[in-house]
Design a protein around this ligand. Structure first.
Ligand code: NAP
Length: 369
């Protein structure tokens, strides 16, 4: 039986992976890397996340404190000496500081700590797969392009945020420093909501679309496309990459691709249907960030009580990504037998439903940790 070490099980993607493994009763010995004061608290933190995914308490009851590996990737030496690691056969590494903000731990966790973890895992004799979760955006894509998976590393690539630079660097370092690691990299595109639960597990990124439509102006055009996938589709693909005995490639996008990406106009229309109101349509204007800055004083009238500086920072960061108008090719994962992903607009109603009554400021907290 496999022994799976899953990191990031208290988070969005790692939570969705565990939701799937538990719901499907997949046979495995589990080890969860989790930050907590003690094993019981670690277990409770994962349980609370599983409640957000509506996982049945009975299914979760097979997880005990024995499955908890207390540890922090910013101080990896404390947990890397745990002898249970020597029995691990499979890893899904979802843990990272996944923030566009200036979190001072981004490099320490996403690069230094993750590298130490990978180097330790490379010494585990029975390790069959180390599935590392990267991000499709880490390749600093050309605006307007359909991006293919590439393992090439561009040292001088211009990154919009430190987070994508860290994710790109760690992929390169793991390849260079851990040649014997059975490394496979899954690069999700933009993960928003869950097909059944909407934003109940996490409101990450969904608020950006609501914000732009409430403003009736943003930095992207309504004709621009965006590559969004739901978290449960992403988890299905990761578990497939984990379980497949052999793989032809070592980098896979998990993405909507050309066919299932949607335009902002599609999102406007689908959101309007869910909210039972008219789409913004022609009333929308594509504007520069400077125009948004000049609206500073009106933000409270539009969004209710909010931190104007944080709202503007969010608009600048997410607006720059929205303007990229990129799609990420998903040919490789489809060839492995993954079905096409649902379109964002197919399940946007559940996202709208699950965020009713929450302000933009409340929804965005999760992305500015
Ligand atoms: N969400 C997306 O749209 C998206 C798209 C592409 C790729 N990804 C990638 O997917 C992965 C997961 O992202 P996510 O959206 O699930 O983020 P998330 O919800 O913020 O979850 C991050 C997870 O990492 C853990 N973590 C953070 N710092 C840690 C540390 N120092 N030591 C140990 N664990 C730590 C967190 O634990 P705590 O609960 O203790 O903080 C949490 O479980 C990341 O690698 C991200 O780059 C995400």
């Amino acid at each position: 039986m496999k022994t799976l070490l899953l990191t990031g099980a208290t988070g969005f993607l790692g939570g969705a992976v565990l939701e799937k493994l538990l719901n499907e009763n997949q046979e495995a010995n589990y080890l969860f890397l989790v930050r907590a004061e003690n094993a019981q608290q670690g277990l409770d933190r994962i349980r609370m996340n599983m409640e957000k995914f509506n996982v049945d308490a009975g299914l979760f009851s097979k997880i005990t404190i024995e499955n908890i590996l207390l540890g922090d990737l910013s101080e990896p030496e404390d947990f890397l000496s745990d002898i249970r690691i020597n029995k691990v056969t499979h890893v899904i590494n979802c843990a990272a500081v996944a923030s566009f903000g200036n979190n001072p731990l981004i490099w320490k966790v996403n690069v230094e700590g993750t590298l130490a973890f990978a180097e330790r895992m490379a010494q585990v004799e029975g390790l069959k797969r180390f599935l590392h979760v990267g991000t499709a955006m880490s390749c600093a894509p050309e605006p307007g392009s359909l991006v293919a998976e590439s393992a090439e590393f561009e040292d001088t690539a211009e990154h919009l945020v430190e987070y994508t630079r860290s994710k790109s660097t760690i992929e390169q370092l793991m390849r260079q420093r851990c040649p014997q690691l059975p490394l496979v990299i899954a690069r999700p595109s933009i993960v928003v909501g869950h097909t059944r639960l909407g934003c109940q597990p996490s409101s990450s990124i969904f608020w950006v679309f609501s914000m732009a439509l409430m403003l009736r102006q943003f930095m992207c055009s309504l004709q621009d496309n965006i590559d969004v996938i739901p978290v449960d589709y992403c988890a299905d693909a990761m578990v497939m990459l984990l379980n497949r005995e052999t793989l032809d490639n070592d980098v896979y996008h998990i993405s909507a691709g050309e066919e299932c990406s949607v335009s902002f106009a599609d999102i406007d229309r689908a959101m309007a249907v869910a909210l039972e109101k008219a789409p913004v349509g022609d009333a929308y204007a594509q504007v520069n960030y400077d125009v948004l800055v000049k609206m500073r004083r009106q933000l409270k009238d539009i969004f209710g009580p909010c931190n104007e500086r944080l709202m503007l920072k969010a608009m600048r960061l997410y607006g720059s990504f929205a303007m990229l108008n990129v799609r990420f090719s998903n040919d490789k994962i489809l060839k492995l037998g993954m079905p096409k992903p649902p379109r964002f607009t197919d399940y946007i109603g559940n996202c709208v439903q699950s965020t009713r009554g929450l302000s933009i400021q409340q929804q965005m907290v999760v992305d500015f940790k």
